[in-house]
Design a protein around this ligand. Structure first.
Ligand SMILES: *Cc1c(COP(=O)(O)O)cnc(C)c1O
Ligand SMILES: [Zn+2]
Length: 409
């Protein structure tokens, strides 16, 4: 048995029984999970968490999937939280950490959400899992389907990085490359989900899927010795991850696992697709859809489903939202690699670029305990930095050639 009591509409509060539903029949608002927190409190303590599995499933009581044989644990989570002294020095931040989520089984944070969604899809009796993806989600859905022997269909924009297509196809799913942008892919998948009895991880099982992102907050608090950070910087596509990190700190405080603490939640986008950051910067309530045009393809959602909720979290937490140019994204990737030895994908370049901006403008104070979330692996988007690195030194296979090169500096 999981600790889920049911589903509730985030807009009108209407309640529903548990099932593969995602939208309110009354007002079309999105549904979210209602938990039995009293029961959860009896199942969780710092000691019990420390003694359980070294994966995201150590926080199983706070996730909507039941701890039984249908739960799919492929080793996701409990990724390193690195004290980033060198990057901190470069940015004038004395207390900076990097959460390195590049090292999950399919090399992005999406394994966290998919782990929950697929476990739930199995519980609901689906035999096919599917998704609309900007790349990383497709990789993760295909990997999880392979692991548990389910059929899978992944839908991606056809102009995706080749490495991300390969990193899906290798697991043997049906890859559908759609001539259109993510928002068009997503619309198509919503129509398919209405007609076919498939579990679209980010459509009809989205309320469950989204909860997986909370583990990125729980882990950071645990790794900091059961403290919430002062400030976090989070990349935003739909905005869901950012809202769930905020939720996770609140839950831990309510359960008494950490002390109540004000964490400033800041969001990062690419200037080529920044509907949420633009609304923040213009102090607008309205999130105006955009047509994405950026190398940060994993964040290229022009109509962000959780944009309003993300905006509210950012404002209420005293955080900021900002965007960076394509050049700043590449500089961000290189800066992180050269200071900390972590090769992030373009989304990581966005996060580091925005971190730099917020530090330089004083919006992050030098002594704030700050965590930057690095959510995807650079080998998937290496094409973005090709031609932007120091050229190779070619030499003949002789000592003489080698020594001549050294002399020439
Ligand atoms: C999907 C994704 C995000 C953000 O996801 P949300 O839709 O905002 O939850 C961040 N980083 C990477 C690398 C991603 O693939
Ligand atoms: Zn409703």
């Amino acid at each position: 048995m999981s600790n889920v009591k049911g589903l509730r509409c985030r807009e009108c509060g209407c309640e529903y029984n548990e099932g593969p539903f995602y939208v309110c029949e009354d007002c079309f608002g999105p549904l979210e999970i209602v938990y039995d927190y009293e029961e959860i409190a009896t199942q969780l303590s710092r000691e019990r968490i420390a003694a359980s599995s070294p994966t995201m499933w150590r926080y199983g009581p706070l996730l909507p999937a039941a701890p039984d044989k249908l739960l799919l644990d492929i080793g996701t989570g409990l990724t390193p939280l690195i004290r980033a002294r060198n990057l901190g020095k470069a940015l004038g931040l004395q207390n900076l950490y990097v959460k390195n989520d590049c090292v999950n089984p399919s090399y992005s944070f999406k394994d966290r959400v998919v782990g929950v969604a697929v476990s739930k899809a199995r519980e609901f009796g689906f035999d096919t899992i599917a998704c609309a993806s900007t790349g990383n989600l497709a990789n993760s859905v295909a990997a999880h389907a392979a692991h548990c022997g389910m059929k899978s269909y992944v839908f991606v924009p056809a102009d995706l990085e080749q490495a991300k297509i390969v990193a899906s196809s290798v697991y043997g799913p049906n890859v559908l490359a759609v001539d259109g942008n993510y928002d068009q892919v997503n619309r198509l998948c919503t129509m398919i989900a209405d007609e076919y009895h498939w579990a679209f991880v980010n459509v009809n099982v989205r309320p469950y899927y989204a909860e997986g992102s909370k583990t990125l907050g729980y882990e950071v608090a645990e790794q900091l010795g059961w403290h919430a950070p002062d400030h976090v910087v989070v990349p935003m596509a739909s905005g869901s991850l950012l809202t769930k990190i905020a939720k996770s700190f609140g839950e831990l405080a309510d359960l008494g696992l950490i002390e109540e603490h004000q964490t400033h939640i800041s969001g990062a986008q690419a200037a080529g697709c920044s509907p949420i950051a633009t609304a923040f910067e213009t102090a607008s309530e309205e999130i105006i859809p955009v047509k994405p045009h950026t190398i940060a393809k994993s964040l290229a959602i022009g109509t962000p489903a959780d944009g309003h909720y993300a905006l509210r979290v950012i404002r209420e937490s005293g955080g900021h939202a900002a965007s960076v140019t394509e050049d700043e994204i590449i500089e961000g990737i290189k800066l992180l690699a050269r200071t900390e030895g972590i090769f992030a994908e373009t989304a990581g370049g966005v996060t580091v670029g925005v971190l730099k901006k917020l530090a330089e403008s004083g919006r992050i104070a030098p002594d704030e305990l700050t965590v930057a979330y690095i959510t995807g692996n650079g080998l998937k988007t290496s094409v973005a930095v090709e031609g932007r690195l120091t050229p190779l030194t070619h030499i003949g296979p002789t000592m003489r050639a080698f020594e001549r090169t050294l002399e020439n500096g």
